[in-house]
Design a protein around this ligand. Structure first.
Ligand code: GDP
Ligand code: MG
Length: 455
């Protein structure tokens, strides 16, 4: 592999900047740009040592620097690495990088150092993904999850499931290959039990994917209801500012307004929407369509009703739309309780969770907070469990689950064991894509394209 270099610190002024060089010729490249005060030559230095000196381009001295040497395989990338720590100026660090490139290195692509670490077997794909999560973590909890991913918690969890699948495959293969020998026949009962256990393990793992996503992005919550029930008033109450325009004119909110809101221990990604109704107003209709879309995607629906008025045809329409949804995902807000409670009883019958509120007066907020925390607070989830960290991992796990499910169905339908073997092979393959043990160039491209240059 070629020798690459990049500035690994942010593109900003700071105390120091680091130019990282990695590859077979990293140290001879360093020889050309570094003059040690004590006559040390980078390519003759031992790993884990450093030297003080000057960075030069030809005869021109660029800066006083410290050069650190790491020797393969004991470096971040697994290759020979030299790191030049210079003063943290944008211009000076770029000049040193130019000198390094002139000396024979090529510019590193986004995520290339971490990618090399992966390709040289230093880290698994999930650990590489964790590097980005560590960098982007902005709370203690997020960092703890990123760290556990980096330490291989997800890898180990998935590996255990792969091992179980491989065990079953082994039993099937032995039996298929040596039917006349003494190998005990694979009992369908026993096989089914083992497949169901694998299925349950995958199911639990996939469930954690939601935790991971919610931890990073927050709970997506959509406020929905007919025009004028007080959706925007509720939105403003929750977001603590006048973000969405409130009037008594139906159709005021035509767009979808979004805000990140912290409610007790839960972060919401809250969407205020146009009321669900058919309308002549072209812009409002677009808003209504987006509202429907958001309704589909949301983790939580806050369905707002005017508690003071009897339910209208539009309210019933909303009730119908919510019918297929998991009950836990819907909270009914019975608003305008300061004006009366005409609709409260009939709504109580229809919803598991009904919160009487006056969004205008701020009453009922505490009850709503408690209801949301009860649903989404994740205090009992710990990083060590191996929480799936992103969409890619989740999709691999789901594909594996589908394949195992099909295997169970095939078994129940009395199919030959060959067919089941193929499906289980497929499941294991999806999981090995998850861990990166078996992975296409395309997926690797995809994962590392999200990195920054220098990482
Ligand atoms: P939206 O169309 O659902 O977004 O409703 P808005 O939030 O724009 O509110 C419509 C009207 O209802 C406004 O005049 C609000 O002041 C009023 N309103 C909202 N919440 C309450 C409430 O809890 N009590 C009373 N009395 N009026 C409210
Ligand atoms: Mg509104």
């Amino acid at each position: 592999m070629s020798t690459v270099a990049a500035i690994s610190t942010p593109h900003a002024e700071g105390g120091i900047a680091v130019i990282r060089i990695s590859g077979k010729n990293a140290l001879t490249v360093a020889d050309r740009v570094f003059r040690s005060v004590s006559d040390k030559i980078p390519s003759r230095m031992a790993g884990y040592t450093c030297a003080f000196g000057k960075a030069v381009r030809g005869e021109t001295v660029l800066d006083e620097v410290v050069l650190s040497v790491f020797r393969a395989p004991h470096s971040y990338t697994g290759e020979d690495v030299a790191e030049i720590s210079c003063h943290g100026g944008i211009y000076v660090s770029r000049e040193i990088l130019r000198a390094v490139l002139d000396a024979g290195a090529s510019p590193a692509e986004a995520g290339e150092f971490t990618r090399r670490a992966f390709q040289n077997g230093k880290i698994s794909l999930t650990q590489a993904e964790a590097v980005m999560d560590v960098i982007s973590a902005d709370s203690a909890r997020e960092l703890a999850f990123a760290r556990s991913l980096q330490e291989g918690a997800v890898f180990r969890r998935i590996r255990r499931i792969i091992d179980r699948i491989v065990n079953v495959l082994g039993a099937l293969a032995a039996w298929a290959d040596y039917p006349e020998d003494d190998i005990p026949e694979v009992e369908p009962e026993e096989l089914r039990k083992r497949l169901c256990e694998i299925q349950a393990a995958l199911h639990d793992t996939i469930d954690t994917g939601d935790y991971g996503r919610i931890l990073k992005d927050g709970v997506s919550a959509v406020i929905i209801g007919r025009p004028n029930v007080g959706k925007s008033t509720l939105f403003n109450l929750l977001s603590g500012c006048q973000r969405s325009i409130v009037t008594n004119i139906a159709g005021t909110t035509r767009d979808v307004v979004e805000e990140r809101v912290r409610l007790g221990d839960v972060t919401l990604r809250l969407w205020d929407t146009a009321g669900l109704r058919e309308t002549e107003d072209v812009i409002e209709q677009i808003g209504v369509n987006i509202a429907r879309e958001r309704l589909e995607q949301a983790d939580l629906v806050l369905a707002v009703f005017d508690g003071a008025a009897p339910l209208s045809e539009e309210d019933f329409e909303l009730l119908r739309q919510l019918e297929g949804r998991e009950k836990r995902q819907v909270i009914a807000i019975v608003n305008k309780m300061d004006c009366g409670a005409a609709a409260l009883e009939s709504l109580r019958e229809k919803f598991d969770c009904c919160i009487p509120m006056s969004a205008k007066e701020g009453d009922g907020l505490e009850l709503l907070r408690a209801a949301i925390e009860e649903r989404f607070y994740q205090g009992d989830v710990t990083p060590e469990m191996g929480i799936l960290a992103n969409e890619r991992q989740l999709r691999c796990a789901q594909a594996a689950q589908d394949a195992v499910q099909q295997a169970i169905e095939a078994l129940d339908a009395g199919e030959f064991l060959d067919g089941i073997t193929v499906l289980l092979d497929e499941a294991a393959d999806h999981l090995m894509h998850l861990t990166g043990e078996r992975v296409s160039e395309k997926v690797v491209e995809d994962v590392f394209s999200r990195f920054c240059v220098g990482k």
